[in-house]
Design a protein around this ligand. Sequence first.
Ligand code: SAH
Length: 250
Amino acid sequence: MTILQNIRVVLVNTAHPGNIGASARAMKNMGLNQLTLVEPKDFPSGVAAGRAASAVDILESATIVDSLEEAVADCGLVICASARSRKIPWPMLDPEEVAKKVTNEIGFSNIALVFGREDSGLSNEELQLGNFHVQIPAEEKYSSLNLAAAVLVICYEIRKAASKRNTDEKNQDTETWDQEFATVQQVEHFYQHLEQVLIDIKFHDPENPRQLMQRMRRLFGRIRLDVMELNILRGILTNIEHSMEKKKPR
Ligand code: SAH
């Protein structure tokens, strides 16, 4: 099977370089090769290289960035791996469902699989950048896997789904879309614009936000706006701004 292109593994703020190396190895074993590190605590590192074994090439070509937003800016599908459920539940997939979604979109969108810190996982803000969350169904009393083990499970499911797709013609469902999905960066600009207009029309009070923007993120993230839909919404917001300008008393 060829390398699974367009799929990026993103590790956020990893503390132990051994976990970065072991994740790179797991990726290479499963045919993935794009690694992005968000503020790793100790990298480059001999320990990481040792644990990567024959996957040091993945460490050498890894991209290092300052924030998760930057890591996924050009992605049309972002999946965040999380061991815990959160205050506002987010659309949750199991690893097999993730694999199906991802393999349906290889070559269509850039895809990010995001993994959190060893001690505290991903923050709520980081989790809200995801279209979907994935939880590996583990033992309830101890459900938190080692970081590289979690990377391996998700990448393995993607590999299995991708090879099944290659061999089984009937399995190729045609979940394609006529327009490109908007990227995280485009959608983030839309959220900023939306928030501003909601403040201007006095629907939203940033002093008393009541999770409004989180709920808007969940709504649009679940739908996955395409570029055309996003432009229509931006146009509507701009027209609201213009008509408010006109109504202002002189
Ligand atoms: N104690 C942390 C877990 C950190 S484990 C917490 O409670 O959130 C490091 C990372 O591995 C997690 O952020 C997540 O991305 C991934 N991970 C570990 N176990 C997982 C599971 N059961 N399902 C999905 N991701 C998991």
